[in-house]
Structure formats: structure tokens, C-alpha cells
Design a protein. Structure first.
Lengths: 170, 170
């Protein structure tokens, strides 16, 4: 499903959770740096918004590659407190077409900066109870520095630029 | 099981894989920074060497905490090539008592540098096929910067200082 298809689907400025969540998988254009008679494996960016519980194993499996020695992940979870108040859950809303486009830009920026292989960004929407994941970012690369730096960049940039909001249920 | 118990068990300078792998779990001494009438949750360092396949979900579950909003992970996987040669698997050996002590020092260093909550370091020994994990490091913290920096520090320091060797099967 392309970004445009998501744009033209049932999402609008309010968050609407799809009955079947959008899974956006694109091949990036960078050439493979390796050729060892393996089946060619195109680099991919996988972006998903969903109201379902996120799985760290599922997201990491999407980026693991025989060409890579490193996978770095960031998992954002709901904390039970905020500014001294007890928190029950966080409610996430996104302006989905723009959010998906902004995350796609972040993936593109990462590929300009570091030779990474696969990138996956999964964001949960709606209510996220304490200790459950609201976001999982995973990046694979041949060597460790690239994926570590890319994941830090991704979450910092996502927090600064992507139209996703959270409300505290206290 | 304490580090000393591992020291005095069947391990010696050659890698010997335990029939039941050592799982070392200690409470770190730092006080809890939060008190929200939750059950107190002591910080812990979990270090494990095993010949079994590593699970990213298992390791991440060990560090997820209701007090934390962030989990960062690094997963080292076997790459199918090294210096132009095709690789079938990597064989890992460790001088276990010293390796475990050095990882414990890294955990202690991390706690000096950043206010992290839980740290887990799992290392597989023996043969690790292409795309499978040889190491998983997971760190949780209230906010994201601390766990991201701690994971980078942990893998860089582990690679530089911990007596774990790999042989390529090409």
C-alpha cells in the first residue's frame, strides 16, 4: 500500500483507526553493497500505524538481514507517572497522512546519512496502557554504529516533527 | 546465582557451555527515583551466557518497567560475509568468569553515567548461524536519551574489553 493510497483512504485530520491497519512497505532505491550469490534483498522502509498491541519480535524480524551484523531498536513505553501524577494510560492520536509522510522523510534522511539496510517504524494509536509500547523503531546495518545513530536520530526527529499527540489518562 | 558461584563452577579458561545456562541477576544499589504507591521495583542487571537461540522479546521483557518510558536495544547478528568471504556461521568462545565480571563492570559504569532502570546483556556462545543473534543488550530508562546512550556505550565497551572471541566458519 503506498502513501498515496493511505492519503486517499478513510483517514482524515482526526485519528481514525483502520479496520485493517495500514502497512506501508517500500523499497528504497539504494543499490545493494554486497553480492555474495545470495538472493538479492532490497532495502525497505516499513511504516505502520495500528490500534493493536505492538510486538518487538515482529518489528525486529522485519529488519534482520543476512547482510547485516547489527539491529538497533528503540521502544517507547507508557510510563506510570508524569510530573508527579500517576498515569493509567496514554492516548495517541495522529494526523495520519502527514505523520506517515514525515516518517517517510525521516527514513529518507537516514539513508542519506548512514548506509543502513532496513528501517521499520511502528506506532500504536488509541489507548496504550502502562508498560506497553507506543512506538517501536528498528534499523539494521552491516556494522553497529550506523544503526545505533540512525535509531537515535529517528526517535528524536519523530518526536520533534511528526504530528502525533498524546493525552494522559491520569 | 552470583558471579562467584559461576567462577567456582565448571567453567575454565576454555568456553564450556553449562547444561543449564548461567542467569545472573543482581539488584543494583541505586535508590528508586519514583514513589507512586506502586510496588517497589528494584533495578537489576541481568547477564546471561547461553548456547541457546536468543529471543529479543525475552530480553526486552526483562527490562520493561512501569517506571520507564524507554527501552533501547542492540542486537548483534551473524552477517553472511566478512572481508569479501561468504560466512556460514560465527563460533563464539568466552573466558566466562572474566567476561561476566567485565560485563558487570560495564553495567556499573552505565549506572554511574546515566539514571537507567534495568540492564540485560545476553550473549550466545558456540555456533551462531547467519541472521541469528549473538548478543542482545537492552536498557530501560525513564526518558529516551539515557537508554540510547547506555546501549551504545555498552556494546562499544563490551567489544573493546570483554574476553569473547569469534571464529568465522566460511
Amino acid at each position: 500500500m503506498s502513501s498515496l493510497e493511505i492519503n486517499s483512504s478513510s483517514f482524515n485530520q482526526e485519528t481514525k483507526l483502520p479496520s485493517s491497519p495500514p502497512l506501508v512497505e517500500d523499497s528504497a532505491c539504494e543499490p545493494l553493497g554486497e553480492d555474495l550469490n545470495e538472493v538479492e534483498e532490497n532495502s525497505k522502509d516499513v511504516i505502520k500505524f495500528t490500534s493493536e498491541k505492538l510486538s518487538i519480535d515482529e518489528v525486529s524480524q522485519l529488519v534482520i538481514s543476512p547482510l547485516c551484523g547489527a539491529v538497533s531498536l528503540f521502544v517507547g513505553t507508557t510510563r506510570n507517572n508524569f510530573e508527579g501524577k500517576k498515569v493509567i494510560s496514554l492516548e495517541y492520536e495522529a494526523y495520519l497522512p502527514m505523520a506517515e509522510n514525515e516518517i517517510r522523510k525521516i527514513c529518507s534522511d537516514i539513508r542519506q546519512k548512514w548506509p543502513v539496510k532496513h528501517i521499520a517504524v511502528f506506532h500504536r494509536l488509541g489507548s496504550v496502557p502502562v508498560s506497553e509500547a507506543s512506538i517501536i523503531i528498528a534499523v539494521s546495518s552491516a556494522h553497529r554504529a550506523e544503526s545505533l545513530q540512525a535509531v537515535s536520530y529517528a526517535i528524536d526527529t519523530l518526536k520533534a516533527k511528526v504530528p502525533i499527540w498524546k493525552k494522559l489518562r491520569v
